[in-house]
Design a protein around this ligand. Structure first.
Ligand SMILES: NC(=O)c1ccc[n+]([C@@H]2O[C@H](COP(=O)([O-])OP(=O)(O)OC[C@H]3O[C@@H](n4cnc5c(N)ncnc54)[C@H](OP(=O)(O)O)[C@@H]3O)[C@@H](O)[C@H]2O)c1
Length: 229
């Protein structure tokens, strides 16, 4: 049977690019989208993973969901609201934990698992001060290392792609802001523009392939040089 990839968030910009590139490479793809398969809800990731395991199994899994909490009041530590903190940690970090737990139980030996992080987990920038988002994305790093350590004995690799700004729905506030646009050459000096979702998906596809067979526990920047400032 054709190998199967599981993509969490096939409706998102990066998620849809991952679905397209996996399908083009000949993988069968199962995309989990809300509301039918909302893996931010307890138990859903395990239910879906168990079902996929009994339906031919899965050897690639990518977590691409995430939210910006700005609408709920995410911002500098001194101003971030309780609501933004709780919702962003739930959607961006807790769902990644549940996803990895399900993968470590149900993915095939030799699988590749990929998370999408963010340059904002590390760099601090006046125009991008979002305490909840930063902590949610930074929290994925030790989680990723622990999952990579646990998965290694079964040949399961766990890695992360860490973008800067990507031209998707999530980044529209920043991309439409004239001041931020004028800073592209400074923020992303390699290309002086945001990444496309496909550019992020290319790195995911490499990590998902056997070409990355010696790579696990890694955070791969796809950020146009964001963190080099
Ligand atoms: N865009 C950027 O500049 C950027 C930069 C660094 C990292 N990232 C990360 O890249 C990943 C993909 O984001 P994207 O750029 O592709 O953004 P996007 O196009 O807005 O897609 C976001 C995805 O997350 C899902 N989602 C959002 N809020 C959710 C919630 N409360 N519960 C369940 N699912 C939810 C969306 O589902 P619906 O379609 O149902 O809303 C969609 O599938 C995220 O982890 C994001 O943090 C993005």
């Amino acid at each position: 049977m054709t190998a199967q990839a599981w993509v969490i968030g096939g409706t998102g910009g990066i998620g849809a690019s991952c679905v397209r590139s996996f399908e083009a490479s000949g993988l069968r793809v199962h995309a989990s989208n809300r509301p039918e398969e909302d893996i931010t809800q307890p138990g859903v990731a395990e239910d879906v993973a168990r079902r996929l395991a009994s339906d031919g199994g899965f050897s690639v899994a990518v977590h691409t969901i995430g939210m910006s909490g700005r609408r709920l009041g995410d911002g500098p530590v001194g101003k971030c609201t309780d609501e933004a903190w709780e919702e962003v940690i739930r959607v961006d970090l807790t769902s990644a934990f549940r996803f990895l737990r399900a993968c470590l139980q149900y993915a095939e030996d030799g699988s590749s698992i990929v998370l999408i992080g963010s340059a904002l987990a590390k760099g601090l920038d006046e125009d991008f001060l979002t305490a909840a988002y930063r902590v949610a994305k930074a929290g994925m790093h030790p989680l990723l290392e622990a999952a990579a350590y646990e998965g290694a004995r079964r040949g399961i690799r766990v890695n992360m792609v860490s973008p800067g700004l990507v031209d998707t729905r999530m980044a529209q506030r920043a991309l439409n802001d004239e001041h931020i646009r004028s800073r592209f050459p400074e923020l992303m000096p390699l290309t002086k523009r945001p990444s496309t979702a496909d550019e992020v998906a290319h790195a995911v596809q490499w990590l998902a392939s056997s070409k990355a067979i010696q790579t696990t526990g890694a955070v791969i920047p796809v950020d146009g040089g964001w963190l080099l400032r």
